[in-house]
Design a protein around this ligand. Structure first.
Ligand code: OTU
Length: 645
């Protein structure tokens, strides 16, 4: 098969060359650039298309359509972006100074044109990549925080126009802040023009979605599927009487909410149409595109319809086509699944970047159990990625926290996975006696016993309860808890990502309950409007926000000046106390030793340091012998190592 492709692909390229060239309308330099990239990427694209659609009578036409989409996007790409493509080869991944943040435009500066006003604050946090939550047009009413996209070519009117978004991206980029934009590959909103056409009975667009005339057809899939959002009631299929069908409607596949219609990538028309939208987004100017819900894009009856091999081929095709247009633009994979499956999306020909939900959830696991073993084990055994790829490490996002550790890892450490998850849910929902957390259960599923957790960093870490109880000791402890978690996030592995607001200890927001479009999705409790007054107070040294902001800035200053964190893996070591996480990072003429006490009691750590090391957090000289750590105390030791001659 492979041999056949390596013979056929060059012939196909030969045949397509004049058609593609014509799209550049005489812009010879652009065509030459495109042609050179084509030489590199074509065989991969051919292979992917053939793997998915090679059996079809229209395979050659669909291949052509996909390449035409890339040629058109390349011909249209703006000059400043082409200049950036010329220098941006992804080498920035090797840079320790990369720091990410995420926010909703509506809840941060309100509009695109005011984003540049936030640059000084972002810079004070060393932030140089900003994920703007989906700013695209959405249906009226609930829209899953923008993840129900009605069109990629229009923005939400309250934020500004698509041109204003373009301008803001360009201006932020000039200020050294690359933008991260979403591409929601798995579904569209139920009022996307394709969905509207499908409702109106258009055959071509009906085939864009997974639609079934009767319940019997659904049964081929149903028993194997996981319920992603059980709270909504029902299952992954929604009966729509506004879609014409022989039984007065159709069942539509809706993995997430009923207003998010899953696309059917088994239809090559969908791949090509979505590639056009993706390349449109790429041409808006982001440095990174976040691919939402990557595991779900391919479905076969009788399978879980998650993480299928074909889903990877779809991502690879997107990557290959984007390589023709903007090779410097990186992809970020959002796969919140078993750790073995998470890592498979992170590879140079799929997504160079991947969220690390394992480290995220195990940070929380460690402070709940006062035991760093599972976190240490994950860092030691599950940090490695292919060359040129990086984790995005975070403590929480706009989504819930799921306990995604592997059952087999837990069992190896003598932990019962189901019981442990039940404990963690009770703990972070604040139900467990003595818990410091003020979170809430998200998508509690009594049938399976599964649940996830909502809450801001500060509320989950105990600040909300401590302030409510006006208990200064508990407030101090909560601040330390937040900072030790920040220390792990900034130093352990990958690129740190902050949810804006957490840097000043923003607590849960319950106003979402008054908004009918949000009230039944408690993830809104941890997506509060940005508290600019709170920031001012924190800057003036007032309240726990000031301590959090100061501590985090110190950590980020250390992190961004430490070449050892850029390319190295954490080397985890025993420190003689289960509450203590200790790891080294080595590289580029320096060695770091990070020691963090994840318990609310004093700990003693065995660390091999001597006066040749400096300690960067306290500034105190390093002393040999056991290290006494206060509750949630952390130290970052550094020494210069001479490179081998
Ligand atoms: C993503 O999350 C987004 O981050 C969510 O905000 C969206 O609601 C959702 O997609 C639909 O667009 O289940 O609880 O394995 O777990 O894609 C969050 C990936 C989610 C899924 C993930 C999804």
């Amino acid at each position: 098969m492979d041999d056949w492709i390596s013979v056929e692909a060059p012939k196909a390229l030969e045949r397509l060359r004049p058609t593609l060239r014509a799209r550049f309308g005489g812009k010879e330099r652009r065509w030459a650039e495109f042609e050179a990239r084509l030489g590199e990427a074509f065989e991969g694209i051919f292979r992917g298309m053939h793997r998915l659609y090679g059996w079809r009578y229209d395979f050659a036409w669909q291949l052509e359509a996909a390449l035409l989409a890339a040629a058109d996007a390349a011909a249209e790409r703006e000059g400043w972006l082409r200049n950036r493509d010329g220098v941006d080869d992804g080498a920035w991944l090797e840079d320790p100074s990369i720091v990410w943040a995420m926010t909703y435009v509506a809840r941060f500066t309100g509009t695109f044109d005011r984003l540049p006003e936030a640059v000084p604050h972002l810079q004070s946090l060393h932030v140089n990549h900003l994920h703007l939550m989906p700013p695209y047009d959405v249906p009226e009413g609930p829209n899953d925080g923008g993840y129900a996209v009605s069109s990629y070519r229009r923005t939400r009117p309250d934020l500004g126009t698509i041109d204003e978004l373009r301008d803001a991206i360009k201006e932020l980029d000039r200020a050294g802040i690359g933008v991260v934009l979403d591409f929601v590959a798995n579904h569209t909103a139920h009022d996307h023009p394709w969905a509207e056409a499908a409702k109106a009975g258009d055959r071509r667009h009906r085939d864009f979605y997974l639609m079934f005339e009767d319940r019997g057809e659904v049964e081929a899939y149903l028993p194997h599927l996981r319920e992603i959002f059980p709270d909504r009631g029902g299952d992954a299929f929604t009966w729509r009487s506004d879609v014409e069908g022989p039984n007065g409607g159709m069942w539509v596949w809706t993995t997430f909410y009923p207003f998010q219609w899953d696309l059917d990538y088994r239809n090559p028309d969908v791949l090509v149409a979505m590639a056009r939208e993706l390349l449109y987004v790429v041409n808006l100017g982001p440095r990174v595109v976040r691919l939402d819900a990557t595991p779900f894009v391919w479905k076969w009856p009788g399978t879980t319809c998650e993480n299928l091999a074909e889903a990877h081929v779809v991502i690879r095709l997107f990557r290959g086509l984007a390589d023709l247009v903007a090779p410097g633009v990186q992809f970020l994979s959002e796969a919140i699944v078993h750790p073995d499956d998470v890592v498979r999306f992170v590879r140079p020909d799929e997504c160079e970047l991947g969220y690390n939900p394992l480290v995220m959830s195990l940070c929380w696991e460690a402070v709940a159990t006062r035991d760093a073993s599972l976190l240490a084990d994950a860092l030691a055994t599950r940090s490695e990625l292919p060359e040129g790829c990086r984790w995005i490490t975070y403590l929480r996002s706009h989504d819930d926290i799921g306990w995604g550790f592997a059952d087999e890892d837990a069992r190896r450490l003598g932990i019962d996975p189901a019981g442990h998850r039940a404990f963690l849910n009770a703990f972070y929902a604040g139900e467990f006696p003595g818990s410091f957390a003020a979170g809430a259960r998200f998508q509690d599923n009594p049938k399976t016993g599964d649940a996830r957790i909502s809450g801001t960093l500060a509320s989950l870490a105990g600040l909300e309860r401590a302030l409510e109880e006006a208990d200064p000791v508990a407030v101090d402890l909560a601040v330390r808890r937040i900072l030790v978690l920040d220390a792990v996030m900034t130093m352990a592995v990958g690129i740190p990502l902050l949810f804006l607001g957490d840097e000043i200890g923003r607590r849960n927001d319950r106003t979402y309950l008054d908004d009918p479009g949000r009230a039944d999705d408690n993830r809104w409790m941890h997506r509060p409007p940005y508290d600019w007054d709170g920031l001012e107070a924190a800057e003036e040294g007032v309240g726990p926000g000031a301590a959090i902001l100061g501590g985090l800035r110190r950590l980020l200053a250390i992190r961004t000046a430490s070449p050892a964190v850029a390319g190295s893996l954490p080397e985890v070591e025993e420190a003689g106390d289960r509450a203590v996480l200790a790891f080294r990072r080595r590289g580029d003429g320096e060695e770091l030793l990070v020691v963090a006490n994840l318990a609310d009691r004093e700990a003693t750590a065995r660390v091999g340091v001597d006066p040749r090391w400096e300690e960067l957090v306290s500034g105190e000289p390093a002393r040999p012998g056991p290290l006494a750590l206060e509750p949630y105390g952390y130290r970052i030791f550094r020494r210069v190592v001479r490179s081998p001659v």
